[in-house]
Design a protein around this ligand. Structure first.
Ligand SMILES: Nc1ncnc2c1ncn2[C@@H]1O[C@H](COP(=O)(O)OP(=O)(O)OP(=O)(O)O)[C@@H](O)[C@H]1O
Ligand SMILES: [Mg+2]
Length: 161
């Protein structure tokens, strides 16, 4: 007769939020795809019935990150370059958006994130993209390696008012 084994796990800690839905997609680093990415994120997040203001914030932040991947990440090698987008949301209403490129990378992330810092002043860039992302989201994480690329993770907890 086989031995019956039961397992009971008890935790006094509140369970941490779980990811309940996600999508991933990849698209060429063409400026036309900036609006595609914004609309795709918007369509996905609509499932959570967000406020107009939360949705507008997220779309703006996503636009900035995707534009950066296209215009800065792949500035030297626009052909066959891809942008990787992953979006998910958790049980607590937190939306997470990851925008990744395999482009040139950022030498000094802290400097790049300073308001009004830009390496493309002649192209009508104001150096405010990261500042906008940080102010429109609850959390921003940027990781980068020279010659390997950049990953930006934006997190926003939706408010249901
Ligand atoms: N994905 C990326 N790959 C390489 N460099 C990047 C990337 N994203 C940002 N950077 C660097 O960080 C700088 C600051 O980015 P930020 O978005 O704040 O300003 P900007 O793009 O220069 O101007 P704006 O967003 O106002 O048009 C850029 O000028 C660029 O040098
Ligand atoms: Mg920018």
């Amino acid at each position: 007769m086989s031995e019956k084994r039961n397992t009971v796990i008890k935790s006094t800690k509140k369970s941490s939020p779980q990811t309940i839905n996600f999508f991933k997609c990849t698209f060429p680093a063409k400026s036309i795809n900036e609006s595609f990415a914004r609309t795709a994120v918007s369509a996905f997040v609509s499932q959570l019935d967000p406020t107009v203001s939360d949705m507008a914030d997220l779309k703006t932040a996503v636009s900035e990150a995707v534009t950066n991947a296209i215009v800065h990440g792949y500035k030297d090698s626009p052909k066959d370059s891809l942008v990787y987008l992953s979006v998910s949301y958790k049980t607590d209403g937190t939306v997470s958006v990851e925008i990744k490129d395999k482009g040139c990378g950022i030498e000094d992330i802290n400097k790049a994130m300073e308001p009004m810092f830009t390496t493309s002043p002649g192209e009508e860039r104001s150096g405010m993209g990261f500042t906008v992302m940080a102010s429109f989201c609850d959390k921003i994480k940027v990781s980068s390696a020279l010659g390997k690329g950049t990953t930006v993770i934006l997190e926003k907890k939706l408010s249901y008012t």
